[in-house]
Design a protein around this ligand. Structure first.
Ligand SMILES: [Mg+2]
Length: 398
């Protein structure tokens, strides 16, 4: 059995927990109306006026001029998120955080300790309310997919359990948009075919669904029949390292390599939608002595920031004044990359946009379609192709 737990109007709820005078009022986090921001989170009082996340704050202001607009503070949200994670982890060793305020919890095997799933859900919610003063919703079902649908139906503040025998009765009358992968676009396509509910979708012949949704219809049917998302990854670190052809004391080369490896690791980190808190720099000297030094920083995914930390570590190591044989970086201490975290931090926002653009160009034209200025020295030392520099002994372990 899975519990899907989601904190209600998370950013707003944190603001309300920190400032109780905001409780029960229309509150919008995402920026001030004149600032060209978008709504990151709106309280249910504001949603009544048609305000929803992703909407420009200027429009939200027109819909609900008496709302209280806040810029938000992502540091606080991260803190609350990690406290939330700690609380739910006391109930099961199998917790998958899937976003900053949402998790799947496998409660198979924890029932002897904490009781049946409904009881666990009740305890968890009251812990979160007591400790964080934040409301949450919980869905309980046989698969993650169904528990998520149940959780959405339980909002705000509810708990909904769907026993196996009731799954079809539960799903049938719901709109197709509750199913994973059915966003506004696919919902529109299905609507044109007069398929509005899950029941209507189940009754539609496969060939029609295939014409409408392509091969995605197979995944959809798989989910409806009780198939599930694959377990999310158990990745503990992302590392990149290389052994040099010839041991070197050339600092330009060593720093350029550090930048390049950091850049590669961060690009993977962004692809996995993670932020890392810990950077480890590994160096091996010509005498095979190996030094691993780590540093912890605010969670992030920008190579520019990581490199600053890495360069400081490396400078420490290079004091040994010995030739370098191997250099590597490892990122660890992951957090889920919250929704538009960058909105709240200026430098991060700038870097995030830049790196997003870099990733897109490289996704299309190959990694070395763009060279970071810091790595141009590598051109003299290594061949390169679309995939990046051809390091002599690249290790792309995870
Ligand atoms: Mg939420």
């Amino acid at each position: 059995m899975y519990l899907c737990i989601d904190l209600d109007a998370f950013f707003v709820s944190v603001e309300q927990a920190l400032d109780p005078s905001l409780a029960g009022k229309p509150v919008i986090v995402g920026g001030l109306p004149q600032e060209r921001g978008v709504v990151a989170s709106a309280s249910y009082e504001a949603r009544k006026f048609g305000v929803h996340s992703g909407m420009p704050t200027s429009l939200a202001y027109r819909l609900c001029p008496r709302a209280i607009f806040l810029r938000g503070n992502f540091q606080n949200y991260r803190l609350y998120s990690s406290r939330f994670h700690e609380i739910i982890c006391t109930y099961s060793p199998n917790v998958d955080m899937v976003s900053i305020d949402e998790a799947y919890i496998n409660v198979a095997g924890t029932q002897r300790l904490f009781g049946p799933p409904l009881e666990i859900a009740g305890k968890m919610k009251s812990d979160i309310k007591k400790i964080l003063n934040i409301p949450s919703s919980i869905g309980i079902a046989r698969t993650r997919v169904f528990s998520k649908v149940a959780c959405e139906q339980a909002k705000p503040g509810g708990t909904l359990a769907v026993p196996k025998k009731d799954e079809m009765a539960f799903l049938a009358p719901l709109g197709v948009n509750v199913l994973p992968g059915i966003g506004p676009k696919n919902a529109g396509i299905l609507k044109n075919l007069n398929i509005n509910t899950v029941e209507e979708l189940i009754r539609t012949p496969d060939w029609i669904l295939e014409t409408a949704l392509g091969s995605y219809y197979k995944i959809l049917k798989f989910f409806i029949q009780g198939g599930d998302y694959k377990c999310t990854d158990t990745m503990k670190s992302i590392s990149r390292e290389t052994t040099l052809d010839e041991d070197t004391m050339n600092q330009d080369l060593i720093y350029a390599l550090l930048y390049y490896l950091t850049e590669r690791a961060c690009s993977t980190l962004r692809k996995k939608r993670r932020l890392a808190k810990t950077l480890t720099v590994k160096t091996r000297f010509s005498d095979f002595k190996t030094v691993s030094r780590r540093s912890t920083m605010p969670a992030g995914n920008a190579q520019q920031v990581m490199f600053e930390t890495g360069a400081r570590i490396l400078a420490e190591t290079l004091k040994e004044k010995k030739r370098i044989r191997l250099i590597g970086v490892a990122l660890s201490g992951f957090e889920y990359d919250g929704l538009r975290s960058s909105m709240f931090m200026l430098r991060e926002e700038r870097l995030n946009r830049l790196n997003g653009a870099l990733d897109r160009v490289r996704g299309k034209f190959g990694f070395n379609s763009l060279f970071a200025a810091n790595t141009t020295v590598l051109k003299k030392h290594f061949g390169n192709n679309n995939d990046g520099y051809t390091l002599h002994t690249p290790s792309l372990s995870q």
